[in-house]
Write a protein that binds this ligand. Structure first.
Ligand SMILES: Nc1nc2c(c(=O)[nH]1)N[C@H]1C(S)=C(S)[C@@H](COP(=O)(O)OP(=O)(O)OC[C@H]3O[C@@H](n4cnc5c(=O)[nH]c(N)nc54)[C@H](O)[C@@H]3O)O[C@H]1N2
Ligand SMILES: Nc1nc2c(c(=O)[nH]1)N[C@H]1C(S)=C(S)[C@@H](COP(=O)(O)OP(=O)(O)OC[C@H]3O[C@@H](n4cnc5c(=O)[nH]c(N)nc54)[C@H](O)[C@@H]3O)O[C@H]1N2
Ligand SMILES: [Mo]
Length: 742
């Protein structure tokens, strides 16, 4: 039975509700330990919040440099609950398979290595040495390319560097990561047009911007500290334009939970203009905006002439796009688009931010390039207070890429890696996430190794992914908490439990720290202070080194023991291989950290073919072509109480939903037109599968669109449907049909 309750979404985000909600979730840490832990979040000398990749201010940090959701992520790791050998003796795999994601995670921290033997009903303890031998044996039975090494984005720079080094010394570039499903479209798009696959803004640009466009992003839940930056901007008169099919309270009004006067007042208005674009309608909307800028001559001709190429062809192509088509595809009336254009025209410094609402679409790369073109028209790149800002998800997902976690690292980078580490790295590109699943299904993957994450639940098409995983001879999960990927396994499975961000990491030379890179290319240290959840945990770098020593016997000239004994040695290697890390050890100890160089930010576009930033011409997406009368486009989204596949509760406070996550948010007119009523239970079917028994919730969302939570709806995301060029699964536009549940 469901406890679903719905009410009108609140008209502002955070405020007193946030303070109460974070107190409730912090309880599992215990009062004193909880307070001590939280006081170290994002402080100099403390640990980096394991939540999102939004940067910390370089000066003037608050004593509480975290948000309501940061508290949840920290509490989730620092919990006192334990998932130990007695737990695994009590629960058969078949029993665990019946449990929900929230229950699995709530069992607490994993405490020692566990093995699931072929045909066994239960996981059993195994020593670290035996676990490493087991993995090495399986690796030795096949070719290097029969193994796949996945990474999730919480992994530190040091661990990531060692991990890719291990995979490449073994002989494979099969290094898919969560980024393949996340901001891959941003990297691909930006590299093509401005020469660097990262954002071009820093945090202090938010302090001087005249206008900020927030596109396809829900910062109130997913990057709450960004709301402080937006609030500050709004208070000094910066105009904020929100572009989102759903009305998200965090983008409407915000009251700062750590400031009394803000709690007592009605908070600050965030978006001065809210455009409820249709799902996938952003490309049309940005074409409209650019058309207006060009028609009204509100462009920066000097910038365009000096720094860009392709403008004439771009302007010509825009002329042929009709307003009728723009209005239809975007769902936004022309005069509203004009309002947004006026904000852009009055602004000398504009920032464009975006996240999954743009990247997880078939035309994600092209759409991001439309945004980039709109920005280039007025020279909004490489100028203080202006720039392109893909807001990253996982706290070190950007750093992992910088460290070489990518199935297609460029040859020049591999050359340096080979030289610094005395080997010849493989050059053949490896599998990304979708290709890895396809290879598994074809029986071509023998070992699947995951450095964090929850591959089974996070990947598209849960049925096909599970089938693929089941065909692997061995699946290995380096994890902190129990999740679906420990239950849906290969013929044999290993759980290797690791230290988390909040915990002290002691190696032979003493206590260590690690480093991370935030969404704005800022590299800084992170040092845990809590006692480890169990005496048997190893750090991620120690796990990689322990395995490498055994699996690379005779294949490596590196002293892996020495590398983990002192992470400075890993950083010295990084400094020799990765651009921008010279004197890494000295600089990272010096104050708050440092920014990596970014060509586009410095108006250096030499990395783009032709040496100039590019205007590219793309046709409008044909997302709804052939869509039947009774079909909707489903966008899969996060609630306020989850971190990706980790579900903290069944509630979504800002959207006024509680007690049940199996809901589908629909426009009232669609509900009526399809013959349903709010509260009805429906089955949602796509070409990939069916999700049953979802309750209809009436919500402010354009007609023809609907929304439901990830990961519950991942069975609906087709494996074959991914973005052009970036191959990011199209989790933000799935064709679905709803029928009444039996
Ligand atoms: N608390 C918390 N924080 C997180 C995470 C978490 O799960 N929980 N996850 C982390 C990770 S890995 C990531 S990548 C980020 C994700 O952060 P977000 O990208 O903000 O997350 P999503 O919920 O996937 O959805 C994004 C928004 O896009 C809108 N949207 C959907 N389709 C479209 C569309 O077609 N066009 C437009 N314009 N908008 C659309 C949705 O309504 C939603 O508001 O957050 C990170 N931070
Ligand atoms: N339908 C749909 N699918 C999506 C998305 C979507 O919007 N819609 N979003 C996509 C996106 S943006 C992303 S980033 C992916 C996320 O995909 P993943 O990164 O694979 O998934 P997470 O849920 O973040 O992983 C959670 C697990 O990580 C482990 N963990 C936590 N901390 C640590 C640590 O410090 N070290 C180690 N080794 N393990 C740790 C815990 O065991 C936890 O259960 O999902 C993607 N999938
Ligand atoms: Mo992500």
């Amino acid at each position: 039975m469901s406890d679903l309750r719905t009410k009108k979404p609140p008209d502002e985000a955070a405020g007193v509700g946030a303070a109460i909600s974070s107190l409730a979730v912090a309880r599992p840490m215990g009062l004193v330990r909880g307070a001590r832990t939280l006081l170290q979040v994002n402080q100099l000398g403390g640990f980096d919040c394991p939540g999102c990749a939004w940067p910390e201010p370089e000066r003037e940090r608050n004593t509480f440099e975290f948000c309501e959701n940061g508290v949840k992520h920290v509490a989730d790791e620092a919990t006192r609950a334990r998932c130990d050998r007695e737990f695994f003796a009590r629960h058969a795999i078949a029993d665990l398979a019946e449990r929900g994601d929230e229950w699995l995670n709530a069992q607490g921290r994993l405490t020692e290595p566990m093995v699931l033997d072929e045909g066994a009903t239960h996981y059993a303890p195994i020593s670290w040495d035996d676990a490493f031998e087991l993995v090495a044996d399986e690796l030795a039975r096949g070719e290097p390319d029969d193994a796949v090494f996945y990474t999730s984005g919480r992994t530190s720079n040091e661990a990531a560097f060692l991990y890719q080094l291990f995979a490449r010394q073994l002989g494979t570039n099969n290094l898919p990561d969560c980024s393949n499903m996340c901001h891959e479209s941003s990297g691909t798009a930006l590299r093509e047009v401005v020469g660097v696959g990262k954002g071009t803004v820093h945090l202090d640009d938010f302090e001087v911007a005249d206008a900020i466009f927030v596109v396809g992003q829900n910062p109130g839940s997913n990057h709450p500290r960004m709301l402080s930056a937006l609030e500050g901007a709004a208070r000094r008169g910066c105009k904020i334009v929100a572009i989102n099919p759903l009305v998200e309270p965090g983008l409407v009004r915000f009251s700062h939970p750590q400031r009394y006067e803000s709690l007592l007042s009605r908070g600050t208005e965030i978006a001065s203009l809210y455009l409820q674009v249709r799902v996938g309608g952003d490309a049309a909307l940005f074409k409209g905006l650019s058309k207006i800028l060009i028609d009204e001559g509100a462009i920066d001709r000097a910038f365009i002439d000096r720094y860009t190429s392709g403008f004439d062809a771009y302007a010509r192509a825009l002329r042929d796009v009709s307003w009728e088509r723009i209005e239809r595809d975007s769902g936004i009336a022309r005069d509203r688009i004009h309002e947004a254009a006026r904000i852009a025209m009055r602004s000398e410094k504009t920032i464009a931010c975006w996240a999954m609402g743009l990247t997880q679409h078939k035309d994600g790369v092209a759409t991001i390039q439309e945004v980039a073109s709109f920005m280039l028209l007025r020279g909004n790149v490489g100028r203080p207070g202006a720039g392109l800002c893909p807001v990253r998800g996982h706290s070190n997902v950007q750093g992992d890429r910088t460290m070489g976690i990518w199935e297609q690292m460029p040859d020049a980078w591999l050359d340096r890696l080979g030289k610094a580490c005395d080997f010849d790295p493989p050059r053949k590109h490896g599998h990304d996430t979708v290709a890895a699943i396809e290879a598994m299904r074809a029986g071509k993957v023998s070992v699947f190794f995951a450095m964090g994450g929850n591959f089974v639940s996070a990947s598209p098409d849960t049925a096909k992914t599970s089938e693929g995983i089941g065909k692997c001879r061995l699946t290995v999960q380096v994890s902190t908490k129990l999740n679906r990927s420990h239950v849906v396994t290969g013929k044999r499975a290993l759980i290797l439990p690791c230290l988390g961000r909040t915990e002290r990491d002691v190696q032979r030379s003493g206590e260590q720290f690690v480093t991370v890179e935030d969404s704005m290319s800022h590299v800084h240290p992170s040092r845990g202070r809590n006692d480890p959840a169990s005496a048997h945990l190893k750090s991620e770098p120690a796990i990689v080194a322990g395995l490498a020593k055994v699996a690379l016997r005779g294949k490596t000239r590196l002293d892996w023991d020495a590398l983990v004994a002192d992470y400075d040695r890993v950083r010295d290697l990084i400094a020799r291989v990765v651009d921008g890390f010279q004197d890494f050890n000295a600089r990272v100890r010096d104050g708050a950290g440092f920014h990596l160089p970014n060509g586009a930010r410095a108006l250096d576009f030499s990395a783009v073919p032709g040496g100039r930033a590019r205007f590219l011409v793309h046709p409008l997406p044909a997302l709804r072509d052939g869509l039947a009368e009774d079909e909707l486009l489903l966008t899969t989204i996060r609630s306020h109480d989850q971190f990706n596949t980790t579900v903290y509760s069944q509630n979504d406070r800002y959207r006024g939903i509680s007690g049940d996550r199996r809901v589908v948010l629909m426009n009232e007119r669609d509900i009526a037109h399809l013959g349903f009523r709010a509260g009805d239970r429906v089955d949602i079917a796509s070409s990939a599968g069916t999700c049953r028994g979802f309750a209809i919730v009436a919500f402010s969302i354009p007609e023809g669109d609907c929304a439901a939570y990830y990961p519950e709806t991942n069975p609906l995301v087709p494996l074959e449907s991914y973005a052009d060029k970036s191959r990011t699964p199209t989790s933000k536009a799935v064709r679905v049909r709803l029928t009444r549940s039996a």
